[in-house]
Design a protein around this ligand. Structure first.
Ligand SMILES: N[C@@H](CCC(=O)N[C@@H](CS)C(=O)NCC(=O)O)C(=O)O
Length: 337
């Protein structure tokens, strides 16, 4: 029995490595670039410009992984994915990491062959309505038609929200987010519902953004974060600690703007993160300067947030729950030891 169990285990390992999925770190290094799954266009999170260059907080996480693992933030191939396509793309090996405003839920984490490794943005679901409707609270959306994106948690939360209030409503669903936006903009729905960050982003795409209001209620928790394939723990560790590097960088005030001072610092925590002492990189199978490169080439979480979502961006989103724990928010990087 023991021999059989062992050989089955060995077989599973072999078949995983034959398919090239057991060791994503080696695959990425050998290939020379990272395959990153992003959204099809959500300002602040992931959008491409006319030259095909990608921007956004989800894109910056991919750039950070490439900087840490391959030494160069530019070594990334982006695959735009609809909500429906995203999990299959990760399961099948089409991408190495999914960094696409995806909510971390029990069912996704435990039953889809994928693992979430952290949270890049704490969000919640909201509603946007035409101002002319005069609606000021989601409770007033009686018999309303709501436009949403298929294959999302959005769909399920809307159902919970109205069912628990015994309010009648009508769902109008689309596979692509741009179809949702176009339908809502043309007046086909009274409201559209999505992650609030998504609503702020989508509002910028409307013909007259100023004619629309985002209602105050957050009807769910939407912790958005990156996911990797289940079973490749080394790769999961690398993505998790890349995200923590961005956060720890902000906590220590080490980033693009401060790297030169940081390299000269004699503070132990700063010396460890820039790689002047300790063996943090080695534990992950990376070199000592992996975090220094991430913070130099991409910046820390605060810098990433401000340029993509914050006051230096068109979205102007407050830090709120996305502040560090030291400033009353929820982001808490685990200790760099
Ligand atoms: N966070 C939710 C919603 C994610 C989602 O796909 N939202 C839509 C509406 S904001 C979206 O991002 N669409 C952009 C796209 O499809 O490219 C989930 O994980 O299910």
């Amino acid at each position: 029995m023991k021999t059989l169990a062992l050989s089955l285990g060995a077989l599973a390992l072999l078949s995983a490595s034959v398919k090239g999925r057991a060791d994503t770190l080696s695959d990425v290094k050998q290939r020379g670039y990272l395959k990153c799954g992003v959204s099809q266009g959500l300002p602040g999170f992931s959008t491409a410009d006319k030259e095909g260059r990608w921007f956004g907080i989800d894109v910056d996480l991919c750039r950070a992984i490439a900087a840490g693992v391959l030494g160069d933030q530019a070594k990334v191939k982006y695959t735009p994915l609809s909500a429906k396509e995203r999990f299959t793309a990760l399961q099948s090996g089409e991408i190495d990491v999914l960094s696409r405003n995806t909510s971390y839920t029990l069912q996704r984490d435990a039953s889809m062959g994928i693992d979430f490794v952290g949270v890049t943005y704490y969000d919640g679901q909201g509603f946007m309505v035409h101002k002319k409707l005069g609606v000021t609270s989601a409770d007033q959306l009686v018999n309303a038609s709501i436009c949403i994106n298929l294959g999302t948690t959005t769909e399920l939360n809307v159902a919970d929200f109205f069912r628990s209030r015994k309010i009648k409503y009508k769902l109008v669903t689309f596979e692509k987010n741009d179809e949702v936006v176009a339908a809502y903009d043309s007046g086909r729905c009274d409201a559209m519902s999505s992650d609030q960050s998504g609503l702020y982003a989508d509002r910028t795409k409307l013909k007259h953004p100023e004619d629309h209001v985002i209602l105050p209620e957050k009807i769910s928790k939407e912790p958005l974060g990156p996911a990797v394939r289940h079973g490749d723990n080394r790769w999961g560790d690398i993505v998790r600690w890349t995200l923590f590097t961005l956060l720890e960088g902000e906590e220590l005030d080490v980033g693009m703007a401060t790297m030169e001072q940081a390299k000269a610092s004699d503070k132990p925590a700063i010396r460890r993160i820039v790689g002047s002492e300790g063996e943090l990189g080695k534990n992950l199978g990376l070199d000592p300067q992996f975090a220094q490169r991430i913070l130099t080439q991409v910046g820390n979480y605060g810098e990433v947030f401000e340029r993509n979502l914050g006051m230096a961006s068109p979205l102007k989103i407050e830090r709120g729950t996305n502040a560090l724990w030291t400033k009353g928010g929820l982001h808490y990087p685990m200790p760099f030891r």
